[in-house]
Design a binder for this molecule. Structure first.
Ligand code: KIV
Ligand code: ZN
Length: 385
């Protein structure tokens, strides 16, 4: 089964989330956890962006030896030189050099012609290859680039020696079919495309980043990029934990695997949330507090009979404690009885019926029923008896 490379950019694109600013120590702590998680490449920052970013990339490159460490660089020699200075002690240094290719970026941001962009791609990839063993080239805003020109750009990058070619949906614009189609076209039209690893990099502006990444895998990419908890510019990047759990849970469908140590997912998510200050919504897939919690009576009854009735993966797989049956106004007698037993208050069916009626009254008034509420309910009743 083929392995999909996981390229983590929590420390670069993720840190570009408005309001997030990680210190070098915090970045090192996250990078070490990412290494434990088993990602294949860590984009540690953008070395030329600031002295602080340079220092963080350098420290991470010095300390982490079981993962490839990478820096972003614009397609200019000074950025590539800075990236090399920061990464030269890494065990597997990777340059990530990018230039925008879409009409809107060419005209308004870069003020460059197509020919100038092709020339820059050629020269900067060649320049990077003089030092770096691995050069990844990204066509920023590839998703909104004319497909004919994108084919030319990718062809140029390959001729210049790129090892990995990344096709970002920089503004999260495409649907899964459209994004997959770009990779299909590139594979059909660009000579020697098999020499490079194709990579997907998706943003979540329309909520399709993970779906688009998975569509790209189906279309033949061998690397996907994303961030922990999906943090990043605007609506964020594709959430790595969601991509890898989709690949694992639907292994027969994708026929692919990753090197991720799934049991480290919850720990990594909590660490990133704590250090970035970006809270994980309760209903977030895989790592949200409610991801393995069940409230309604029908679901709880099903869960007590067989967990697979309402869970497609176990919380233990991602390093969480067992699933939770949350008692609320939608809960049923079965879960209520079980909860009392777990709390050390087993009750006869007759007693359960009486207590359950009172519990429902309480649940109508109170959003969350705590263990203390339940104990009080039982003890009151026992006191009456
Ligand atoms: O979204 C994007 O286009 C990027 C590139 C710099 C790779 O993050
Ligand atoms: Zn991005």
């Amino acid at each position: 089964m083929k392995v999909i490379q996981i390229f983590d950019t929590t420390l670069r694109d993720g840190e570009q989330s408005p309001g997030v600013n990680l210190s070098t120590e915090e970045k090192i702590e996250i990078a070490m956890q990412l290494e434990r998680l088993g990602v294949n490449i860590i984009e540690a920052g953008f070395a030329a962006a600031s002295p602080g970013d340079f220092h963080s990339v350098q420290e991470i490159a010095r300390r982490l030896k079981d993962v490839s460490v990478c820096s972003l660089a614009r397609a200019v020699t000074s950025d590539i030189d800075q990236a090399w200075e920061a990464l030269k002690e890494a065990s597997e240094p990777r340059l990530h050099v990018f230039i925008a290719t879409s009409p809107i970026h060419r005209e308004y941001k870069l003020r460059m012609t197509k020919e100038q962009i092709l020339e820059q791609v050629d020269q900067m990839v060649r320049y990077g290859k003089k030092r770096f063993p691995i050069v990844q080239f990204s066509a920023e805003d590839a998703a909104r680039t004319e497909i004919d020109f994108l084919c030319e750009v990718v062809d140029q990058a390959i001729r210049a020696g790129a090892d990995v070619v990344n096709i970002p949906d920089t503004v999260g614009y495409l649907t899964p079919n459209e994004y997959a189609d770009i990779f299909i076209q590139l594979q059909e039209r660009v000579p020697n495309i098999d020499q490079v690893i194709l990579s997907a990099h998706c943003h979540d502006d329309l909520g399709m980043a993970v779906a688009n990444s998975l569509a790209a895998i189906q279309a033949g990419v061998r690397q996907v990029e994303g961030t922990i908890n999906g943090i990043g510019e605007r609506a964020g990047n594709a959430a790595i934990e969601e991509i890898v759990m989709a690949i694992k849970t639907r292994e027969a469908y994708f026929n692919k695997r990753t090197t991720i140590n799934h049991k480290e997912i919850a720990r990594t998510s909590r660490l990133v949330s704590k250090l970035t200050g970006m809270f994980v919504p309760r209903n977030k897939a895989i790592v949200g507090d409610n991801a393995f919690a069940h409230e309604s009576g029908i679901h709880q009854d099903g869960m007590l009979k067989h967990k697979e009735t309402y869970e497609i993966m176990t919380p233990e797989t991602v390093g969480l404690d067992e699933s939770q049956l949350i008692l609320g106004k939608h809960s049923g007698r079965h879960a209520f009885k079980k909860k009392l037993e777990d709390l050390g208050y087993p009750q006869s069916d007759e007693q359960v019926n009486i207590l359950f009626a009172r519990f429902k009254e309480l649940a109508d008034r109170k959003k969350q029923i705590t263990d203390e509420d339940l104990i009080a309910l039982v003890e009151e009743r026992v006191g009456e008896g």
